[in-house]
Design a protein around this ligand. Structure first.
Ligand SMILES: *Cc1c(COP(=O)(O)O)cnc(C)c1O
Length: 389
């Protein structure tokens, strides 16, 4: 007799996966031989720069790298991170206590609530937002409280709309700028407001800075740790994935408040054994990458952005002109909602994009295009859309 193997509640009660329908339609389209233009994937289409791959090749044979790595990362890696922080943001970090390696920043997001959130504690999560903030919260038994990001507020949460009793029960808040999916970049005043709130209500802030280096208007996004008092309450997560086209390598880092880094490290010592040290050596080469290597990457995204943004405007689709990230957040035409527009694009133009409501209810009415195809394909996408709008 076939036994029923029951999933744990935390898995059974995961919110419905809103991209399900789109994923199925995408598969069907591909099976039918449709020449799909995929603008739904948040994964760079450009390979990792050669000098980083070469650094891995020379590090891989070293026997000292073939043993268990330390969960906190090699000192050389943490020192490289600290040097970069000083150079890039003017922020001084102690590589011994204020830097921790991560197996991608997603790992840090998932593990942080395990270190700090008790069952019933509230975690403030942006909506629309990267889904792992609220899912990591639920896995730890916490309660996500969704903060809507609205265009009128520059896609920054309106803290005054959060009830006081919610703030009193809040243990952690996630923020993410430059933002996925809206591409919004945020300024000093907004970060200051967040730090002030965290001090007042005694909670932790985790700022996800995965896109801090994916900018293309010359105005560099700032670090959350540049704000006075941030280090008392905050950690910042970084990823090498998006900056250096290294999504497959699984490496990132957490920096900031030494106590919070310690707590996150406690979870990691008990669950993982760190990042393959050869990958860490390559990551040092990545972090030390000259701007002359990154500049052409930024030019590439800027050209794609211009093609798509100008094209959408010309056919009457309103969008945010992104200055950072590789996403373009657009309003769906009035006769559609997020999902019906995504389905329309797929079925009638062979274009896949991500419906905004999949990132949270507040994303309803929007669609996210990823700038991860070349300019020629982007032109083709605009041309196809023109015919069906
Ligand atoms: C891609 C992404 C991540 C995860 O990056 P990894 O370092 O590859 O785990 C985290 N946060 C946001 C907002 C992302 O878009």
């Amino acid at each position: 007799m076939k036994k029923t193997i029951e999933l744990a509640g935390r898995v059974k009660h995961l919110p419905p996966y809103l991209f399900d329908k789109i994923d199925k339609l995408k598969k069907q389209a591909r099976a039918k031989g449709v020449d799909l233009i995929d603008l739904s994937i948040g994964d760079p289409d450009i390979p990792t720069p050669a000098h980083i791959v070469e650094a891995l090749q020379s590090a891989a044979p070293k026997p000292e790298h073939h043993r268990y790595p330390a969960y906190e990362g090699m000192l050389a890696y943490r020192e490289a991170v600290a040097r970069w922080y000083l150079r890039r943001f003017g922020v001084t970090l102690d590589p011994g206590t204020e830097v921790l390696s991560l197996i991608g920043s997603k790992e840090g997001i998932g593990h942080l609530p395990l270190a700090y959130v008790n069952p019933g504690d509230i975690v403030l999560c942006p909506s629309p937002g990267y889904p792992v903030y609220s899912i990591g919260t639920m896995f730890a038994g916490g309660k996500p409280y969704l903060m809507p990001l609205r265009e009128v507020n520059g896609y920054f949460p309106d803290f005054s709309a959060i009830p006081r009793d919610v703030l009193n029960r809040t243990k952690l808040m996630f923020l993410n700028y430059p933002n996925n999916p809206t591409s919004a970049v945020c300024g000093r005043e907004q970060f200051m407001e967040a730090v002030e709130l965290a001090h007042k209500y005694n909670f932790i802030i985790c700022h996800d800075a995965a896109y801090s280096e994916v900018y293309f208007n010359g105005k560099k996004p700032m670090s959350f740790l540049e704000i006075d008092g941030a280090r008392d309450v905050a950690v910042e997560l970084h990823s090498l994935s998006k900056t250096y086209n290294m999504t497959g390598w699984r490496i990132g880092f957490a920096v900031g408040n030494a106590d919070i880094i310690f707590g996150l490290g406690k979870i990691k010592t008990n669950l993982d054994s760190g990042v393959f040290q050869a990958v860490q050596e390559a990551a040092v080469a990545a972090i030390e990458t000259d701007d002359s290597v990154l500049a052409p990457l930024r030019d590439t995204y800027r050209a794609r952005r211009d093609t798509l943004y100008d094209g959408l405007r010309a056919i009457g689709i309103e969008a945010m002109r992104p200055d950072a990230t590789f996403y373009l957040w657009a309003k769906v035409p009035a006769r559609f909602n997020s999902e019906s527009f995504a389905v329309h694009l797929l079925e009638n133009a062979g274009i896949s994009a991500t419906p905004g409501n999949g990132f949270g209810e507040a994303g309803e009415g929007y669609i996210r295009f990823a700038l991860t195809v070349d300019v020629e394909r982007m032109k083709e996408a605009v041309e196809r859309m023109r015919k069906i709008i």
